[in-house]
Unconditional design. Structure first.
Length: 146
């Protein structure tokens, strides 16, 4: 085994982005192989005024659940209900895919309150997840799980 390269560690910026992506993809692939039957698909909606992006949401659906990863509204349009409308658009798409519930997380108390107003229930809090911020995990069920 004299042909083998010696092992070496790389840290932080020394690790190329492609290798970070490979680690992330490897974790997801391994988890989905263990769970068997993954039907993961990206899900997205965006609201435009002409060509200008005003709001958008992104996540994925898998195993009958909508996982909402990002929900964003342009600063000058916040407080006008566009976030809720984006969320409802994503939910409608997920329902068409057969999802029975939706999961979202946020570090913002006011966002958690908005999600609760839209029918989500807080199922977990991690206080001081980041200093001064609580991580809220919220779930909205449309149909009971089998």
């Amino acid at each position: 085994m004299a042909d083998e390269q010696p092992l070496s560690w790389r840290r932080d910026a020394e690790v190329p982005q492609a290798d970070l992506d490979a680690v992330r993809e490897g974790v997801l692939l391994y988890g989905r192989q263990q769970a068997q039957g993954s039907d993961a698909r990206d899900i997205t909606c965006a609201l435009y005024q002409g060509e200008r992006l005003l709001a958008g949401a992104h996540g994925y659906t898998e195993f009958g659940r909508l996982y909402i990863k990002e929900l964003w509204v342009e600063a000058q349009h916040r407080g006008q209900g566009l976030g809720g409308k984006c969320l409802r658009q994503l939910e409608a798409q997920a329902l068409q895919r057969g999802c029975v519930d939706a999961l979202i997380e946020t570090l913002l108390d006011e966002a958690a309150e908005m999600y609760e107003h839209l029918g989500y229930v807080c199922i977990a809090h991690v206080h001081d997840y980041v200093p001064g911020f609580t991580r809220h995990t919220l779930l909205k069920a449309w149909k009971p799980r089998d």
